[in-house]
Design a protein around this ligand. Structure first.
Ligand SMILES: Cc1cc2nc3c(=O)[nH]c(=O)nc-3n(C[C@H](O)[C@H](O)[C@H](O)COP(=O)(O)OP(=O)(O)OC[C@H]3O[C@@H](n4cnc5c(N)ncnc54)[C@H](O)[C@@H]3O)c2cc1C
Length: 597
């Protein structure tokens, strides 16, 4: 496993490309770089098959027109842009929607077992925001199917012989703790003094040893930051590490205030109940047995975009038409046992195991919960960030295909379309000589490793102080309470004050467990430091945006305000201080309209 670091005590690994993240984005990118001959490393803090992508349920969008003929990429793009409340960059949406049908076919050829129509073609179900059967699925375990397919593809490539594609190495259960930058002139003559990303540092979770990685290009594919909020459908690992790594390396974040709340998460545990359940015909009832979506979206009903259904559900609960404890009901009984077993088997099991309810016989108790991070690391359509050598794709990035609200089924699509493109771009920009100043980079990596070593030793040296778990719980509660489904200016100011007070206590944080073996408390503590960076970006963006758009709903500014706010929020650290800037939205052929559903 690379240089054993006899002199320094650190382990150094050298690759052409380092991909941080073993979810759909990272794996899809790796297929591309490996097939183009690049020596690729995939680093993941969990085994790749435990990445959050595995839990995606409902499906992946593509205008195949299988279930109902007559769909087109333009219709898909229109629905996406309207769903985004016009904040998506239209050229990026075009890339995603145009590539969608070929991507599904490619996944099928890789081996993904999609559900089928009786004539054998890939089946499609309606999802929110489109109301058209455009979402391809593998029962309600779509992410599981695609992730396993891509992983299998890569396991085959791990055994590549010389001359047949590039080398591939998995670093499972390695936690990336910082990015490494070097002067660009150590790479190419005449590139000036600009900095460049040339690697990262990581902790091997099994034994806490420190590892340095050198590379020519590094792709962040680290997923979302759902675990910043008290109620979330996201895996425990979704702590937005990529966004904070980038921010600290001087790379800005975009549209962080846009956080998606899903209307149907299981009461109390907040495990997701897929939109596919409504796509198959399920409907929502309040405590008066009313299908309340009639009031909020009379045309689309339960298949209006998520932000609209989540707000409607929360409003019913807030105004006393929910059930005690704060939930409404999702009724699937009329779909009957056979259809539920065929199309929604996972949802039935989840409901029985975690809520004690069999949806064949009783409605499922549901409530809104955080689900998706629309904002992320600023990346162009070529997935490049502001920092040469650093790329970002998938949920950790903001290429701006989702704008202010993501449509269900578009995120899986984003991971595979832009994961592939990221791999292609990295390959395109790789030096034809295949070489660069690796010694210079190694020196920079060693310096960073020594800084990380001191940071970790200082954390472990503390004998008493604030408990990591209590601080993290406080942060999550604060974010859900002050920056949740509904937001208001003075309340958010209070929330920001509270979160800055909490952040100020982070240096006091104390870890009981001092063992080097699988010290998850240490990893959680490092994640928590990053979560504070992200929390501040969300809070400051939300306070500054005095309008309601997509998922960002302000009771004090209930209207969308295109004159003042049709722009992206850019958040960066300058000399360690937060700075907000704005960036124009790239409009196109789809004109801005009212968002009526
Ligand atoms: C319950 C649920 C259901 C969903 N259903 C759907 C759906 O039906 N359709 C749809 O389109 N979208 C769905 N989504 C959204 C979609 O699944 C995700 O947006 C997408 O899978 C994210 O993929 P990704 O590759 O960007 O990141 P992830 O799959 O989250 O992977 C992130 C990777 O980064 C690694 N990582 C993170 N930080 C570090 C670090 N510091 N060091 C090392 N490794 C690190 C992790 O180990 C992991 O391998 C769903 C999401 C959830 C939560």
């Amino acid at each position: 496993m690379g240089d054993e670091g006899k002199e320094t005590g650190y382990h150094i690994h050298s690759h052409d490309v380092v991909i941080v993240g073993g979810g759909l984005t990272g794996l899809r990118a790796a297929i591309e770089t490996v097939d183009h001959g690049l020596d690729t490393a995939i680093i993941s803090k969990v085994h790749p098959l435990r990445s959050h992508s595995v839990s995606a349920q409902g499906g992946i969008n593509a205008a195949l027109g299988n279930a109902v003929p007559g769909d087109s990429w333009e219709d898909h793009a229109f629905d996406t842009i309207k769903g985004s409340d016009y904040l998506a960059d239209q050229d990026a949406v075009e890339i995603m929607c145009k590539n969608a049908p070929a991507t599904i076919i490619e996944l099928e050829h890789f081996g993904t077992v999609f559900s089928r129509l009786p004539d054998g073609r890939i089946a499609q179900r309606p999802f929110g925001g489109g109301m058209f059967p455009r979402t391809c699925y593998a029962a309600d375990r779509t992410g599981h199917n695609i992730l396993h397919t891509l992983y299998e593809q890569l396991v085959g490539r791990e055994k590549n012989e010389k001359g047949k594609g590039g080398r591939l190495t998995f670093y499972d259960e390695f936690f990336v703790s910082s990015l490494v930058k070097v002067g660009d002139d150590s790479f190419e003559k005449g590139a000036g003094k600009a900095k460049r990303c040339a690697g990262c540092t990581a902790i091997n979770i099994a034994d806490s040893s420190l590892h340095g990685f050198t590379c020519y290009s590094l792709l962040l594919a680290t997923g979302g930051f759902g675990r910043l909020f008290a109620r979330s459908t996201n895996s425990l690992i979704n702590t937005g590490d990529g966004a904070s790594l980038a921010l600290r390396a001087g790379v800005p974040l975009k549209d962080m205030e846009f956080v998606q709340f899903h209307p149907t998460t299981l009461y109390d545990t907040n495990i997701l109940v897929t939109e596919g359940a409504r796509g198959e015909g399920g409907y929502l009832l309040n405590s008066r047995n009313e299908r309340f979506m009639e009031k909020y979206a009379p045309k689309s009903m339960e298949l209006a975009p998520r932000d609209i259904v989540a707000r409607a559900t929360q409003q019913e609960i807030d105004e006393g038409r929910g059930f005690e404890g704060g939930y409404v009901l999702l009724d699937l009984r009329h779909l009957k046992k056979e259809k539920i077993a065929e199309r929604l088997p996972g949802i039935r099991l989840i409901s029985m195991d975690f809520a004690g309810v069999d949806p064949v016989e009783s409605p499922i108790p549901v409530q809104p919960g955080q689900h998706y991070s629309m904002g992320g690391v600023v990346a162009g359509n070529d997935l490049a960030t502001e920092l040469p050598g650093l790329y970002a794709a998938g949920e950790c990035s903001c290429v701006s295909v989702h704008g202010a609200n993501r449509l269900g089924g578009n995120s899986l699509l984003e991971t595979v379309v832009f994961g592939k493109l990221a791999g292609q771009e990295i390959e395109k920009n790789f030096p034809s000589s295949g070489s660069w100043d690796k010694k210079g980079v190694e020196k920079a990596v060693l310096e960073r490793l020594s800084a990380e070593d001191s940071r970790i030793k200082a954390l472990l040296a503390k004998k008493s102080g604030v408990k990591m778990h209590s601080l993290r719980d406080e942060l999550k509660k604060t974010m859900f309470e002050y920056f949740g489904v509904f937001r208001e200016g003075s309340k958010m100011e209070k929330g920001l004050k509270k979160l800055l007070e909490l952040k100020a206590t982070y240096p006091e944080v104390h870890i009981n467990n001092k063992s080097p073996l699988f010290n998850h408390a240490l990893i959680y503590t490092l994640e928590l430091e990053g979560l504070f960076d992200i929390a501040e970006a969300v809070a400051r963006g939300a306070i500054a945006r005095q309008e309601s758009r997509g998922s960002h709903s302000r009771v004090d500014y209930p209207e969308r305000d295109d004159e003042r706010f049709l722009y992206h929020t850019i958040y960066r650290l300058k000399d360690g201080k937060p700075v907000l800037e704005s960036l124009s939205v790239r409009l196109g052929k789809f004109p801005i309209k009212e968002r009526v559903y």
